[in-house]
Each structure stands twice: as structure tokens, then as C-alpha cells.
Design a protein around this ligand. Structure first.
Ligand code: ZN
Length: 270
């Protein structure tokens, strides 16, 4: 298999969020020759949307996704998702990533929560279409079904896409889907038009924290070249977004070191 194009590396700013704000992350990407960036909305708000748009354009970066909308089982989801769509539009983001939300608070009704998520996405889809912002449902690993996302496989996410039609697709994050026996089949089913983002990192053994112990590419057990081949075979030609939540390791390091290592591992291990 051929090596990945270095120009396709994108930085999800969660990877260095403990030490850098968005302005520093934008400068860091420019300095390291990383061509894509995926900001989080809290940091976007801290920098200001206008200033962020200016700096991202000035440095010629592509916004590979805005993190995040969703949480359709929580209160006030509608206004929050409307704002997220507007921000994604301002940034010219390739997609708005949806972390859809877990169980309805106080309930044990998983199917009901999934139905509510589907209705929530349907409710914001017209505005997203009008704004030209594709919505990317990100299935999360089932260990996060209760608290963060009750859509846990690409198959479930694509069933929602099938039901809702144009303007909604998936974010394929290797951390969440690497274990799925239907991975190849469902990535092929998603196809070129519905794989909206591809997120990379690695699964560490052992995993010490369910949320914040992701590994650097090459340090874990995920067959990254194989999954890249699946998304490329489906027709995806977009960025490879490094997204590493790592309280115990990478968040403690100098972000310039983290970005250098991301570039090297992307080139050699993915
Ligand atoms: Zn992700």
C-alpha cells in the first residue's frame, strides 16, 4: 500500500488543547506544514469566529470539521445546533461533527433515545442544507452509549442517513469503529458521498481511561493502513484528522513536539 499523502494530515485541536488555544493551533499548523484543522467550539468562541476565520484563511488551512453539534437527548439542543451550523458555515467547514448524545437523562430507554436522536437530526437538517453544511454523524464506541452517543456503529449511523437523505453522512473515527466486524462492509456502504471525515489515532493496550487515553498513531493495535484503504476504496479522498485525547501522555507534552510526531507517524504508520 502506498504511503499517505502528507498534505492530507489535519489536526483536530483536541490533540493539543491543554496547552494551546485556537490561535496558537492555527499558527502551529502553519509552522509544521499541516494543511487541515478541526477546531472545537469552546476554543472557537474564545478566539472569536471572525478572527478565527481570518487566521485560518490567511494561513490557507482547510477546516476538515467543526467539533461539535449533537447531544439531541439533552436540553436546549436546538439553539445550540443552530449556532453550530452557523459557525461551521462561517468557517467553510467540510462538515459539522455530531456527537449525538447518550441516554435520555434519567431513562433506561436506549431505543427511545436513538429515535429522539434521529428526530433531532431531522429537525436541524433543513437549516444545515440551506447553510451548505454537511452533518457528520460520528458513531462512538459502545462504552460511551450512556453518556455521549447512543449511535455506536456505522451501520446504525447509515440507517439514519438512509432515512433522512441528502446532507447527512458519517465521520469515521478509527478509535470508535476499529473493532466492528462490519467495518469494511459499512464503509463501502457509506461510499464517497457519505464519508465526510476520517479521524485517526490508536487504541492502547491497556486503556487506562475510557475517554482520554487515546494513543498516537502506531502506538496501539489498530490496523490504520487497512482502515485507510477501506475509506479510500469507498472513494474518500479527504483529510486524515489526528484526534488524540490523552490526559496521561500527549496533553502533557510540548505541542510542537506532538505535531512533529503526528506528522512522522502519519507518514509511516497510517
Ligand atoms: Zn472523532
Amino acid at each position: 500500500m502506498s504511503a499517505p499523502d502528507p498534505a492530507k494530515l489535519s489536526l483536530n485541536t483536541a490533540t493539543i488543547r491543554e496547552k494551546w488555544g485556537l490561535a496558537q493551533a492555527i499558527e502551529g499548523c502553519a509552522r509544521h506544514g499541516i494543511r487541515g484543522i478541526a477546531p472545537w467550539r469552546d476554543q472557537l468562541a474564545a478566539m472569536g469566529v471572525k478572527e478565527a476565520v481570518r487566521a485560518i484563511k490567511a494561513n490557507g488551512l482547510t477546516v476538515t470539521g467543526l467539533c461539535r453539534g449533537g447531544f439531541f437527548t439533552a436540553k436546549h439542543w436546538k439553539d445550540d445546533n443552530r449556532r453550530a451550523i452557523e459557525e461551521a458555515h462561517e468557517l467553510g467547514a467540510r462538515c459539522l461533527v455530531l456527537v449525538v448524545g447518550g441516554l435520555i437523562p434519567g431513562s433506561k430507554d436506549l431505543p427511545g433515545s436513538r429515535e429522539l436522536v434521529k428526530e433531532g437530526i431531522a429537525a436541524i437538517l433543513p437549516e444545515a442544507r440551506k447553510a451548505g453544511v454537511p452533518l457528520a454523524i460520528e458513531p462512538l464506541h459502545p462504552m460511551q452509549a450512556a453518556e455521549r452517543a447512543c449511535i455506536n456503529t456505522l451501520e446504525q449511523a447509515l440507517d439514519v442517513c438512509d432515512a433522512l437523505g441528502e446532507g447527512v453522512g458519517v465521520a469515521v473515527d478509527v478509535y470508535h469503529v476499529w473493532w466492528d466486524p462490519k467495518l469494511a462492509e459499512q464503509i463501502a456502504r457509506a461510499g464517497k458521498d457519505r464519508v465526510l471525515a476520517y479521524h485517526i489515532c490508536d487504541w492502547l493496550v491497556p486503556t487506562r481511561d475510557l475517554l482520554n487515553d487515546r494513543g498516537m498513531m502506531g502506538d496501539g493495535v489498530v490496523d490504520l493502513p487497512k482502515i485507510r484503504a477501506m475509506v479510500e476504496r469507498a472513494g474518500y479522498a479527504g483529510f486524515h484528522e489526528a484526534e488524540i485525547f490523552s490526559k496521561l501522555d500527549w496533553w502533557q507534552r510540548d505541542p510542537d513536539e506532538v505535531l512533529s510526531i503526528c506528522k512522522d507517524r502519519h507518514a509511516r504508520m497510517t
